[in-house]
Design a protein around this ligand. Structure first.
Ligand code: CTP
Ligand code: CA
Length: 227
């Protein structure tokens, strides 16, 4: 069976990956965002494609190129990212790597807010953004494998475990993104895999190695379900 060939174990599987930050406008020239290079999410999209998956990458604004062999949808805001992800369902695999802004400005200004010397503008009113991972994890078209990241600066394992449950995910890759780790914006990553009944560490790998290992983990998990 060609679909089960050893080098393309994800042939015939559809995957959705989110990557990068979202930008939430304050006015036409200003925005709120999280720090995210997109390196880890893009590497995961590419690794899934190399294993034969049909991959849609939904990317926020990043400076790195679109990965090879992947359909990339470019978005700016969290609500656009959510719409693109839901529009791509059904899928077998969802890996939500994007650093989605948790809040957006409730009423962003149509025109550039002008500086009034000595008079800073009124505090911004924020409103909560949709939680894309949680939406996918509880969706009627829920993919068989729903995977998220948990970027933490403290209590990595505890916070990761709570996220696994809250979001309805099968796996959370938790990492410590404290500034001293150099993970944010860097080329390396150290993650802790958290499942309901099992955790393990993948310390000090390149972001490509994390992607490669995760793609193989996904292939093994799905092939186990097929038999
Ligand atoms: N995520 C998402 N949509 C959001 C927020 C987060 O899809 N609006 C996803 C991220 O892509 C990641 C996971 O949820 O896979 C965890 O994101 P994180 O920011 O660590 O979790 P939050 O639930 O937002 O909690 P907090 O920021 O308070 O730690
Ligand atoms: Ca968050």
């Amino acid at each position: 069976d060609a679909l089960l060939s050893a080098d393309k174990p994800l042939a015939g599987r559809r995957a959705i990956v989110t990557s990068g930050p979202t930008h939430e406008p304050i006015d036409p020239v200003r925005y709120i965002a999280n720090r995210s290079s997109g390196k880890q999410g893009h590497a995961i999209a590419a690794a899934l494609a190399r294993l034969g998956a049909d991959v849609t990458l939904v990317s926020g604004p990043v400076t790195i190129p679109d990965p090879q062999g992947v359909r990339t949808i470019h978005v700016e805001r969290a609500d656009e990212m959510r719409d693109a992800v839901l529009g791509t369902l059904p899928a077998d695999i969802a890996v939500m790597v994007a650093a989605v802004a948790d809040w957006r400005v409730a009423a962003s200004a149509e025109q550039k807010i002008k500086k009034q010397p000595g008079e800073p503008p009124a505090p911004l009113q924020l409103t909560e953004n949709p939680d894309i991972l949680k939406t996918v994890g509880h969706h009627e078209k829920r993919p068989r494998l729903v995977i998220g990241f948990a970027a933490e600066t403290e209590n990595v394992e505890l916070n990761g475990k709570a996220k696994l449950e809250r979001k309805g995910a099968d796996l959370i890759l938790a990492n410590d993104v404290s500034p001293e780790t150099g993970i944010m914006g860097g080329d390396r990553n150290s993650v802790r895999l958290i499942e309901a009944a099992h955790t393990e560490s993948w310390p000090d790998l390149s972001k490509e190695e994390v992607a490669e290992r995760l793609a193989l983990w996904i292939a093994a998990r799905l092939s186990g379900e097929r038999s």
